[in-house]
Design a protein around this ligand. Structure first.
Ligand code: PMP
Length: 407
């Protein structure tokens, strides 16, 4: 596919060379977390071995090197997403932490009784619960853009839902369960026409397609490092300067202040205002290395390779008798959810595991979406660019084997 040599690239990922139950691993749980290239693992090791030190605090040699590396990582991310300013990139623990930051801080300042927050029917729990919590606190209401049986947003209802009461819209770019790619440009345009800001959950988008903050015009965009070949425990929030400046800090502590007295604290400027305490320094540096890795590989090449893989998988899986897809959007990325006959997804997942095939089963942190389809869960196969057609063939064979075992 394209100019990518997948078999060459796989050598960068040590875990892809490991055996599971004595057989080569077929890793199709990339939406949960991707494997890490050596370049990322070595960046973490290099930090701890040669310049481990706290950031923004010391005048000493190592602290200066660590601070510079941490800030270079921020610059890499800002460039990768084409943010207008580096200080619009805030390091977080991940997507969940980023959404909690915005829901809590934006909500505390801008939400009042009777207001509304608009989300969608396919949101991950992390883009539901933080909004529910702040709505409850403020006496605001959570509203939901419905979906159809294909797992596609009912966009014809959007105008009606964007009432004067809506203070923020929060939607996912790509559904982690269905793979649906949502028309976020249209959502952002329509919301902006009514001066409503939009948060995009980019957890399942940023590793699959180019994203450009200035082109998208998103007000907030959140991601997890570990789903984009980076370490766990680190992610970032992009926020437009005008919103971040208007929002109160999320957490108080060191680094987020300019001056402190017992009477009054003056908060630090962006991005530090939202980065209280010692950050995940190694994580940020590792995430910077992951961005380098994606840039070297080429996000367009990744997109093309994964698109081909997705088409191949859809084609092969639809040949399995009794298999039905959960979610049938035309535009999809990342993963495929399905059920086979009346086999419980957990049983299928277990039998696939015994064949060294890693998939995810269950509700994928989208219980309201499962309720909508009236199912307890799905089996989800999710891809990274390093997956091969042979691995899809192994999945198909594995499902056929499981069907025979459970017949
Ligand atoms: N949103 C989406 C769409 C996701 O797929 C995930 C991770 N499954 C999250 C949010 C939460 O990400 P994290 O657990 O890394 O905070």
């Amino acid at each position: 596919a394209g100019t990518l040599d997948i078999l060459r690239a796989r050598i960068d990922f040590p875990l892809l060379q490991e055996l599971v139950y004595g057989k080569p691993l077929v890793y199709l749980d990339n939406a949960a977390t991707t494997q890490k290239p050596l370049q990322v693992i070595e960046a973490l090791e290099h930090y701890y071995k040669t310049y481990n030190s706290n950031v923004h605090r010391g005048v000493h040699f190592l602290s200066q090197i660590a601070t510079e590396a941490y800030e270079i990582a921020r610059r890499k991310i800002a460039k990768f997403i084409n943010a207008a300013h580096e200080y619009e990139v805030i390091f977080t623990k991940g997507t969940t932490n980023g959404i909690n930051l915005v829901a809590s801080s934006f909500g505390r300042h801008f939400l009042k009784e009777g207001d509304e927050v608009l989300i969608s029917a396919m949101e991950h729990h992390s883009n539901i619960v933080p909004w529910q919590m702040i709505c409850e606190e403020k006496g605001a209401q959570l509203k939901v853009i419905p979906i159809d049986q294909d797992g596609v947003l009912k966009m014809e209802l959007l105008d009606e839902l964007l009432t004067d009461k809506v203070k923020i819209v929060a939607v996912t770019y790509v559904s982690n369960t269905l793979g649906t790619v949502n028309p976020i440009r249209e959502i952002i345009q329509k919301a902006h026409a009514k001066s409503i800001p939009v948060l995009i959950d980019g957890a399942q988008a940023i590793q699959h397609m180019p994203v450009d903050m200035q082109e998208l015009d998103a007000d907030f965009f959140v991601c997890s490092g570990h789903k984009m070949y980076g370490p766990t425990g680190i992610g970032f929030l992009y926020g437009k300067e005008k919103w971040l400046n208007a929002m109160p800090p999320f957490e108080g502590g060191g680094d987020m202040i300019k001056t402190v007295t017992f009477e009054k604290t003056v908060y630090n400027e962006l991005p530090f205002k939202f980065e209280a305490g010692t950050p995940d320094i190694s994580g940020a540096i590792g995430l910077g290395a992951a961005v380098d890795y994606i840039n070297q590989t080429g996000i367009r090449n990744i997109e093309t390779a994964e698109h081909e893989l997705m088409q191949y998988a859809l084609d092969k899986l639809s040949g399995i008798e009794g298999l039905r897809f959960v979610g049938n959007a035309k535009e999809r990325a990342g993963g495929i959810s399905f059920l086979v006959g009346d086999i419980h997804p957990y049983d299928l997942g277990e039998l696939l595991d015994k064949q060294s095939i890693a998939v995810r089963t269950g509700h994928h942190c989208t219980q309201p979406l499962m309720d909508f389809f009236g199912i307890p869960g799905t089996v989800r196969a999710s891809f990274a660019f390093y997956n091969t057609k042979e691995e899809i063939d192994a999945l198909v064979k594995g499902i056929e084997f499981a069907k025979r075992m459970l017949a």
